[in-house]
Write a protein that binds this ligand. Structure first.
Ligand SMILES: C[S@@+](CC[C@H](N)C(=O)[O-])C[C@H]1O[C@@H](n2cnc3c(N)ncnc32)[C@H](O)[C@@H]1O
Length: 194
């Protein structure tokens, strides 16, 4: 067999294996993610978030479903925040660990965010799926401390009133990014806590 055929077969086989592993990683965690599969935010969207949501050094930013950790890395570089990411997709988790290797101030947990309290977060970032947004809103209402901000990509938090809706300047990646401040954003939260 000519060498080039062998190389082509190895490359194609490798590609198919990677695709298969990627698909398997999404399917196996579906019962937890309910469809929020590993789909990283485009860089123009991360930039819009970082430009418009300023944070203080030492603030705790939590990405509930951090993918490859790009949002956490950007915020750590820009603002010196403490960055915490939860991820249940093994491939995304490994990528996040690799890409944040050696970076101080970033922690990536191979863990389901539903099982952790978010009461210490100053900013919560999420890019999830409509099916879970009501449950996310309920969790945040129960756990966030007053003054915490929430950033939700693409999908709003049902029943919450955004402080602002950003539209990244991009024809491909211009979907809305919703910004909220707790407890003003949700009426039940403000009445319970005031
Ligand atoms: C659309 S991606 C967004 C990734 C990243 N936040 C970004 O903006 O680039 C959503 C990620 O959330 C993860 N995810 C969904 N539900 C989760 C859960 N309950 N706990 C931890 N990770 C979760 C998925 O595995 C997926 O990688």
């Amino acid at each position: 067999m000519p060498t080039w055929v062998l190389i082509a077969l190895v490359l194609i086989g490798g590609l198919i294996t990677v695709k298969f592993l990627f698909a398997a990683s999404i399917v196996t965690v579906f019962p937890i993610t309910r469809g929020a599969m590993f789909h990283p935010s485009a860089s123009v969207r991360v930039k819009t978030f970082l430009d418009r949501v300023s944070m203080n050094p030492g603030d705790l930013l939590v990405d509930i479903g951090c993918g490859d950790g790009r949002v956490l890395r950007g915020a750590r570089r820009c603002y010196g925040v403490r960055a915490l990411g939860f991820e249940v997709n093994p491939i995304a988790y490994l990528m996040a660990r690799l890409r944040t290797f050696g970076m101080k101030g970033i922690e990536i947990r191979y863990s389901d965010f539903w099982k952790s309290a978010l009461d210490e977060a100053d900013v919560v970032f999420c890019y999830l799926f409509p099916d879970v947004m009501k449950r996310v809103a309920d969790k945040l209402e129960t756990e966030l401390r007053p003054g915490a901000r929430v950033v939700s990509c693409n999908f709003p938090l049902p029943g919450w009133k955004p402080l602002e809706v950003l539209h990244p300047d991009s024809s491909l990646h211009g979907d809305p990014i919703y910004l909220y401040r707790f407890p003003d954003a949700c009426r039940s939260g403000s009445s319970e806590r005031s």
